[in-house]
Design a protein around this ligand. Structure first.
Ligand SMILES: Cc1ncc(COP(=O)(O)O)c(C=O)c1O
Length: 410
């Protein structure tokens, strides 16, 4: 047994609601997939600078863990925003503006090009989109607002770093810092939007707010589609370890693979920081429950205490196990990737990017869990490296090098 991450603290819970034989049906397609996914994919593929993100193999690390292969979907350079979130928030802004223009001009067949060229500027410039964020989603919404021509106000909570705030402001958004944690900032953004006539573009869904987060997740699902386009048909992904904040990323990737692969779908495992494990706790409770408190984790993108209800509807049936990991293990995995420690390619991965891979390492080095998850020498694991150095200062502090230095050594 390998001794990687010997000091890792990992907890796991086998999901009693897991329904392995369930077909991807109407309930799931009402949330994700179907024609609305095809629309999202076709739109995003036309955006300037689009190309599928790399799918990097980590065969040496896999061998160390006694599994066949690890596929790492590297989102560190997506649209120059450094995270997968570029796919979701910006697409939801596009869809929201499209709906507003179509309302004013019901006869017109409005296109992406119309929005990009500013043809309906007199409609879009009166619209303000808003959201709460721990960094990456707000950056995407701000970028979308600038690209498609509307105004933008972004809320960040008390522990979001100044580097992340600056990265959002760079796209012309007003950035407001609030008291409390992420969930408090969600409520503040929602409250102010109601008072001031702004449109919330949130990455999390809650009672009475379901449409926009579906668009956000349809955008994320493009990642899973890219993976399936890339891998040879005979290569079968056996496991996917997905990090969870509110669950949107995990649900989008799960749904897309489930819809496309049917009963050949892999085993899905969700991984969260032990300090912000709302999906894990919900699985234990058998229904969505909130985790209170500071949610103090270095994995800033995963510091969420309340699940997205839409994401939960997908995950509760599809996920076999929920795991939690500690912060120090995430840091170790960032270092393993940055240095290409076992002979694999050097990869720039931010704190939230590595939780899935850390969960995979933890599971493969834990005899009971390895057995429970049927991880063996035939397993091919997919993980989503969901961000690069989105907080460059913190990245350099942890790794001792900048993202550019890592890339130039790769
Ligand atoms: C880099 C990164 N990875 C993963 C996630 C988790 O996504 P979700 O909140 O949809 O579960 C986030 C969320 O902000 C993120 O920024």
């Amino acid at each position: 047994m390998s001794n990687i991450l010997q000091n890792m603290t990992i907890h796991y819970f086998s999901n009693p609601q897991f329904r392995p034989g369930l077909a991807y049906g109407v309930d799931q397609r009402n949330i994700l997939g179907g024609q609305r996914f095809i629309d999202a994919k076709q739109t995003i593929e036309q955006w300037q600078g689009y190309s599928p993100s790399p799918l990097v193999e980590l065969p040496h690390l896999a061998r160390e863990l006694g599994i066949k292969n690890i596929l790492y979907k590297d989102e560190s350079r997506r649209f120059g925003l450094s995270s997968f979130k570029a796919l979701g928030g910006a697409y939801a802004v596009f869809r929201l503006l499209l709906r507003k223009i179509q309302y004013d001009y019901p006869q017109d067949d409005v296109s992406l090009q119309d929005l990009l060229s500013g043809k309906y500027r007199e409609v879009t410039e009166k619209i303000t989109v808003t959201c709460a964020t721990d960094g990456n989603h707000g950056r995407s919404v701000a970028w979308g607002a600038r690209t498609f021509g509307c105004k933008c106000v972004i809320y960040i909570h008390s522990t979001v770093s100044q580097g992340r705030a600056d990265a959002i402001a760079k796209y012309g958004a007003d950035v407001i810092r609030t008291q409390g944690n992420y969930d408090d900032s969600v409520r503040q953004a929602d409250h102010d939007a109601k008072q001031l006539g702004r449109f919330v573009v949130s990455d999390t869904s809650y009672e009475g707010y379901m449409d926009v987060p579906k668009d956000v997740m349809q955008g994320y699902a493009v990642m899973a589609d890219e993976v399936l386009q890339k891998i040879p048909s005979q290569q079968k992904i056996s496991h996917v370890f997905l990090q969870g904040g509110v669950g949107g990323l995990a649900a989008a990737v799960t749904a897309q693979l489930w819809e496309q692969l049917g009963d050949q779908k892999p085993i899905f495992i969700v991984v969260e920081p032990d300090q912000a494990a709302c999906l894990f706790e919900s699985a234990k409770a058998g229904q969505p429950v909130a985790v209170e408190g500071e949610l103090n984790t270095i994995m800033a993108g995963l510091a969420c205490g309340e699940v997205s209800l839409l994401a939960w509807s997908i995950l509760k049936d599809a996920v076999s196990h929920f795991l939690t990991i500690d912060d120090q293990s995430a840091v170790e995995v960032m270092k393993i990737l940055a240095t290409g420690q076992y002979g694999d390619q050097n990869i720039v991965a931010g704190e939230s990017a590595v939780a899935g891979l850390a969960g995979c390492i933890g599971a493969a080095t834990h005899p009971d869990l390895k057995k429970a998850l049927q991880l063996d020498e035939k397993s091919c694991v997919l993980v989503i490296g969901s961000e690069g150095a989105t907080d460059p200062e913190l990245y350099q502090q942890i790794i001792g090098k900048t993202a550019e230095q890592i890339w130039s050594a790769a």
